[in-house]
Write a protein that binds this ligand. Sequence first.
Ligand code: ARG
Length: 564
Amino acid sequence: MIKDKLSQVLKEIFQNCNYEIEDITVTVSNRPDLCDYQCNDIFKLSKKLGKSPLKIGEEITNLKLDIIDQTFKKFEFVKPGFINMTLSDAFINENIKAINTLPKFGVQEGPQETYVIDYGGANVAKPLHVGHMRPAIVGESIKRIIKFMGHKVISDIHMGDYGLQIGQVIYGLKQEQIALEDININLLNRLYPLISAKCKEDEEVKEICATITKELQDGNPEYQKYWQKILEVSKADMKNLYDFLDVHFDLWYGESDAYAYLDAVQKMLEAKNLLVKSRGALVVEVQKEDDKKEVPPLLFQKSNGAYLYASTDLGTIYQRWQDFKPNHILYVVDNRQEMHLEQVFRVTDKLGLLKYQDLEFLGHGTVNGEDGKPYKTRNGDAPGLETLFAQTKEIFKSKKAENENMSDEDTNKIVNAILKFADLQNSREKDYIFDLNKFSDVTGKTGPYILYTYLRINKIIKELNLKEVNLNDIIYNDIDRDLRLKLLEVSHALESAFIERKPSYIADYLYNLAVCANSFYSHNHIMNLEDSEKQKNWIYILTLTNKIIEELLDLLAIKIPSKM
Ligand code: ARG
């Protein structure tokens, strides 16, 4: 919002010198000691006009215009071609008021569109572990951000519910002669690693498990019954864990649900002559001439008639297209699946279901240990989610005696804040190192730090309990300038997070805002300030700060505890 307003002002200034520039880019200054905002577009203009940047710079800074006085405290040209802008107090205040009163802090909303977002992607019958946290946390946040921007969003977990692991678990259940009604989550959590290890050692067992999986997909009634039960038990467990993380899906579809659409997809592929026989299998060629890397054909059906991961993804897109006619489908999936989705997107485009550019691969990195490899416990497994939540709780409680006495509800909120903020402050495509001790500190770039700041501010506001706090234009102080300027940036953070599908912009902003707020209230005696008008002003900006923190934390799916 502020950047747009400043671009508009600059445009007007340029026009006054008879210069037309279409798009003017204004950025937050990277030298806050020199100015608040800057613009480098004089270079562009100088090239176009064949006039020196210095000349243009002098012309615009020599202008006498009301709009310059109203907007800036300082409006300077700096060699070789920069415009440095320091905002006027009146402009800052006017915009702070706008942020406080406009819906959604004045972010720019486009026309409403429909999004399907595919995240979570957990596999039935395999225990959820630390690696499953990332797509859940990142996906949930992206979903909330897109909703906040006024769009319709449908979330789908897209469970892996028809793969080899089901055959393996059914094999295990039969080997141990376990009755259907005795199947429970602990049993599944024990069986899956056992049989999957066996398959690695024993070719024969591996074969049997593959056959069971194929027969299940072909409708074998006995296996179907087992499968139904496994699905029920596993889903209930997943729901519990996702509920704890406040991660919610509109649709609980799985790969198995795509089978009903595979015929339709196959017919479309045939009609467009896209299916090619390759060593008995049916594939779709997707390599393009200008590809820099090899993009292998998409494997649609194996020679034994079995469908694969890519076929079910195509079936699912067909289903989504039919049910919702979405403008966009987003995939929050591990970076390592980029090629798989690249193939799927290319085929989808060829089928005319959705355009390539409307299918977005939002890759995420892995959660690593100190050694830079996916995080594992000492005995070599990826820790289960339940264990991880318990560990986080323990570490937080060990930090301070008071933490021991916190209610369960508050502790769970803090556990969420610890894990989510640690994750979301990293750009989603990057890996990060899992360090619970660091994540749960109340100082540093952590969830607890943001929560603590919020609660501290809330306490000040409550204790002063001032009525009618309007932002008074007369009283203005350099002391709170940093905080005021930071408040102005809220819409940039939101817009960048939306455009790039990166919650890290919001996490970063929250941290910087909290730093400004902390420094502000620790250097100023708000509580016993003599000047009551000034006090009201300060409470106004602190109230707005907390309103923003609250809303933005919600976009990260972080809830605020009652105390800390
Ligand atoms: N279940 C998959 C896995 O564990 C992830 C699913 C991602 N989503 C998708 N539409 N392919 O690897």
